[in-house]
Design a binder for this molecule. Sequence first.
Ligand code: GLN
Length: 245
Amino acid sequence: MSKLSTVISNDTPWRGRKNEAHSLAPHIAGLRSCVIGVLDIQGSVEEHIAALKKLGLSPIAVKTKSDLDEVDGLIIPGGESTTIGKLLDLYGLDEEIFKRASQSVKTSDSKPLAIWGTCAGAILIAKKVTNRPPQNLPLVDIEMERNSYGRQLDSFETEISAPEVSPKPIPAVFIRAPQIKRASPKAKVLAQYGGKPVMVRQGVFLATTFHPELTNDLSVLSYFIKITGENASKKEPEGCAKRAH
Ligand code: GLN
């Protein structure tokens, strides 16, 4: 069990939802050979891996640069952004991720890389975070504040609407969540809660301040797989499908 899971008791209401994997799976048919990695430093790694497997993908846990070389898309999970950031720096992985994510897909030799940051992961890919040291991975034009919902609302679940991602309301679990205080026009707001953006997309980067991997809703993950597949096909027309599965 991941460290993040240990802070969530088993009887919390977002556990044990009916599985919606099968109804969503057809939307990503053809993209199952995309290799999605989950950054395996700290946080809700196993939950993301399990969700990817439910959709029929073969994800990998990314701990090293050579793991990173394998992936078309990278999920940076929720957890503790300070810890993840320090270890990313220590292992030199942040430089590698930044290089691959910020280079031109067409001209570089390496594979394109899409990134989804959930909660702490979103904090790590924001260009500016008011209460955090300088950013390791300044990729998304948003300004965030950590731990923004205050102590009494440390964790809560709600539903959000994101028509581009799912026709149905999406359950959203917020755990000591940050807020996106400002999003530049480059970052498209896909969902809001309490008047603040909670899901933004900037090109191949997706940031959510909540944790879809702690529910059985796979719509945000499916959306990220589609972004990854589209990005891979910018380099080679067959995209992820060039790898026989
Ligand atoms: N509060 C954490 C941080 O600032 C994020 C919490 C989470 O990822 N659930 O890193």
